[in-house]
Design a protein around this ligand. Structure first.
Ligand code: BGC
Length: 384
């Protein structure tokens, strides 16, 4: 693999001219093949096959977006096998979920350490390595991705019904809890993008139509309550906030506005959130996670360019979406692999070395990056 040079501006993905459609199509196709080739026999998608800290694990968050990318690209069978894996992970923990739900309903919620893990080994175990558990967003995103897949392909979701029900119960009693965010940080806060993922997941769980009436009513009520909170406590200066009480913006919010469609991209709040991400976090077509980011020096993430591109596209700005896609595509190495982040315009250049010493060079390929390029290219093409 060609590794990105985090301390140098290349590849920064700042193409002088528009990338050829054929180059985008080729990268989308090779991305689908790469993801398919790395998918575990049991359905799990590795986050990155080579990056030391991620090897051997599959995340619900990354995996849901990877499955959605594959599903949108016509690789329906691969996506369904990931959902099989998620369902097996959940079904094996039915007793844990029941205990968590009963404790919460009795007013004595379990400790964070007893909540479900963020990532699992390919054979569905929690694994021996410590991680930043717990995180709720992935349990929303897997439901959301199932819903999108069922809409798209008309798949019968009954084989995932038990796992969907368990997830709905888990989220309905837990969504108010502070937890780690998309970036596995700031566990003391309630994160607005996490709330958005949960709302999208509950909405799709209802739409899939496999819930009993009581559960469906609970999911509808929780989703309404989360949406109300998003539109009040989740807003600062007219845009979505990084967490409840924060004055900052986070690029993950572009998913709440675009792909997850919890806040319509064309609404005032959607447009203001897109504008804040463009203003505070975007250089050329590259998007930082948030202003205070220091992970590998705080570079720009191609997957976030695509997440923002989807929000721009859905707000009616196809030209900007295409620029963001072009930037992401230009971060590919000579072998066509996409990194987690690239250097140039680092937010904290003095914080690169500590991460390289700890975990080695930046993750490349990162499957989530590949999936987001596929996802945006599919939607741009459909809108042309
Ligand atoms: C990111 C997470 C991601 C994980 C695996 C972390 O560095 O912050 O969002 O889920 O890597 O790709």
């Amino acid at each position: 693999m060609t590794l990105p040079k985090i301390d140098q501006p290349a590849p920064t993905g700042a193409p002088a001219a528009r990338t050829a459609n054929t180059a985008i199509a080729a990268l989308a196709e090779s991305s689908a093949d790469l993801i398919a080739s790395l998918q575990h026999a049991g359905g799990a998608y590795p986050a990155s096959p080579t990056f030391s800290a991620y090897t051997g694990y599959s995340w619900f968050r990354d995996g849901a977006f990877i499955a959605d990318g594959m599903s949108s690209y016509g690789r329906a069978e691969s996506a369904a096998r990931f959902f099989d894996w998620c369902a097996a992970v959940l079904d094996a923990r039915a007793a844990d979920v029941t205990a968590i739900v009963e404790a919460a309903r009795a007013g004595v919620p379990v400790a964070d350490t007893a909540m479900l893990s963020t990532r699992f080994t390919f054979d569905g175990q929690a694994g021996d390595d410590e991680w930043w558990d717990f995180q709720l967003d992935g349990y929303g995103t897997w439901l959301w991705a199932v819903g999108q897949h069922v809409r798209r392909h008309g798949t019968d979701a009954s084989r995932w019904a038990d796992a969907i029900a368990l997830t709905v119960d888990y989220l309905c009693v837990s969504w108010q809890r502070p937890c780690f965010d998309w970036w596995e940080e700031h566990a003391m806060h309630v994160h607005v993008s996490t709330l958005g993922c949960i709302a999208a997941g509950l909405r799709e769980a209802v739409a899939v139509g496999v819930l009993d009436a009581e559960r469906e009513a609970a999911a509808v009520a929780a989703e309404a309550e989360i949406s109300r909170m998003l539109l009040t406590d989740g807003v600062v200066d007219g845009h979505l906030a990084k967490w409840v009480g924060s004055a900052a913006v986070d690029a993950s919010l572009a998913a709440v506005v675009g792909l997850l469609d919890v806040v319509p991209a064309g609404s005032d709040l959607g447009r203001a959130t897109i504008a804040a991400i463009e203003r505070d976090l975007t250089v050329d077509g590259g998007v930082h996670r948030y202003r205070e980011d220091t992970f590998y020096g705080g570079g720009r993430w191609p997957l976030l360019s695509c997440v923002l591109g989807l929000a721009q596209l859905r707000s009616g700005n196809a030209d900007r979406a295409r620029e963001l896609l072009d930037w992401a595509v230009a971060t590919a190495g000579d072998d066509g692999s996409l990194p987690e982040q690239v250097g140039g315009h680092l937010l904290a250049p003095d914080r690169v070395d500590e991460w390289v010493e700890r975990w080695g060079p930046v993750a490349q390929p990162l499957l989530w990056s590949h999936a987001m390029v596929m996802r945006l290219s599919v939607e741009l093409e459909a809108s042309a």
